[in-house]
Ligand binder design. Structure first.
Ligand SMILES: Nc1ncnc2c1ncn2[C@@H]1O[C@H](COP(=O)(O)OP(=O)(O)OP(=O)(O)O)[C@@H](O)[C@H]1O
Ligand SMILES: [Mg+2]
Length: 380
């Protein structure tokens, strides 16, 4: 096998081993790579987390079970790790169980591929937090590795604890209070905002910048998110006057991978698709559609939405720049450019983000009046 192909093969293999899609087995003294068939990964036939009653290969199943017991014993591996004891009160026995240590509330925060994100209440502290549950058979260990490494980074919710229980991995984490996914913002909350070109322009740049901040933070920790889309980014209103009125938070590390050779293309493409969706409601069907049709589609939508000449040229230039980003250092350059544009726009209208927050979250910021300056800007 030529060098480049061999390298790519080994990189892919490493990702598959990390994510649990494949494993190395020792067959008759020779090492082999075994891939789990798709149905096994979907959890339909896997015995992960369950008691098996094998009809065939009984000895093999017993040995696979015992090898794990032994590994747990020799590594002294716990079932989970408590990262924030101020939020979670585990029992004296060192467990954390529904109905004993926490209760599941009626509120559901959202739904994903693996099930619901529930609100749960700690029985001792009486505080609420979010609980994501992932089947062990589908679990990507990098979800936890990445999440732990992002501790304290404000663009992401904090992970409080992870725990293996009944064949599932429980991820107890921070609730993003009053937060709404960008999908819901775009679909339901931007009607009024679209009437003010200067506000729409600023908000689109704000989202682009926030996404680049979050992704570049992950990239600096050598993680590729690899699942950046509108349901995995949330916008949060903030009422503390000393803080910014909005905050963008990235969630869901379920597909995280090790960043290879600083290549960030997958995440940047996700970011571009969100940016154009916010600005012009153009989501692009897929990456192919983005690469092939971006110019024609964006050109047409800019006219349909009556974008000014300057805003249209700026949008096309930004998307072109972003499509050329492959490495982290180019991502940093793009972030700097967007940051400068945002700063200029804020200098012209210092209260602009407050006005945007009022239009997107009228329930949190009573809309008494918008600041004159941002509205006047629309005529420029
Ligand atoms: N910390 C949180 N605070 C508020 N809402 C949240 C939070 N985490 C998730 N949500 C909501 O739940 C939805 C699903 O969460 P998430 O994306 O983590 O799960 P998922 O898509 O099932 O994950 P995976 O892709 O790993 O299967 C989100 O789109 C969002 O609406
Ligand atoms: Mg998700």
């Amino acid at each position: 096998m030529e060098f480049e192909k061999k390298k790519k093969f080994l990189e892919d293999l490493e990702v598959d081993l990390d994510s649990g899609t494949a494993q190395i087995i020792n067959k008759d003294g020779k090492f082999q790579v075994e891939y789990y068939p798709c149905n096994k990964l979907k959890g339909s036939t896997t015995h992960c987390g369950k008691i098996a009653s094998p009809k065939t290969n009984e000895a093999e199943v017993i040995e696979s079970c015992l090898s794990i017991y032994n590994l747990i014993k020799t590594k002294e591996a716990p079932d989970g790790v408590l990262l924030d004891p101020t939020k979670i009160s585990k029992s004296l026995a060192g467990t954390y169980k529904e109905g004993k240590d926490y209760d599941v509330m009626d509120e559901i925060l959202g739904k994903g591929l693996n099930g619901q994100i529930a609100v749960v209440r700690d029985r001792v502290s009486k505080t609420d937090h979010a609980l994501k549950t992932v089947m062990l058979a589908l679990f990507n260990p990098n979800e936890i590795r990445a999440w732990v490494s992002l501790e304290g980074c404000s663009q992401f919710p904090n992970l409080y604890m992870f725990n293996k229980i009944d064949g599932k991995i429980e991820l107890h984490h921070e609730i993003l209070k009053k937060a709404v996914t960008l999908a819901d913002v775009i679909n339901d909350r931007m009607g009024k905002l679209r009437e003010y070109p200067s506000l729409l322009h600023h908000f689109s740049l704000y989202v682009l910048h926030g996404l680049l901040e979050a992704s570049s933070t992950m990239h600096s920790k050598k993680w590729l998110h690899d699942d950046i889309h509108e349901e995995n980014v949330m916008l949060q209103p903030q009422q503390d006057p000393s803080d910014s009125p909005l905050r963008l938070r990235m969630i869901d590390f379920g597909r995280v991978k090790n960043l290879k050779e600083d290549r960030v293309v997958n995440d940047i493409q996700g970011i571009i698709r969100i940016f154009t969706s916010v600005y012009l409601t153009e989501k692009f069907n897929d990456v192919y559609d983005l690469q092939k049709n971006w110019e024609t589609k964006l050109d047409k939508h800019s006219d349909d939405f009556n974008l000014s000449y300057d805003h249209k040229q700026e949008l096309l230039a930004l998307v072109k720049l972003a499509l050329d980003v492959t490495l982290t250092k180019e991502e940093e350059d793009l972030k700097r450019i967007v940051s400068k544009k945002l700063k200029d726009s804020r200098e012209e209208a210092p209260e602009i983000l407050e006005d945007i927050a009022k239009l997107i979250f009228p329930e949190n910021f009573p809309v008494r009046f918008l600041h004159l300056h941002s509205i006047l800007n629309q005529f420029q």
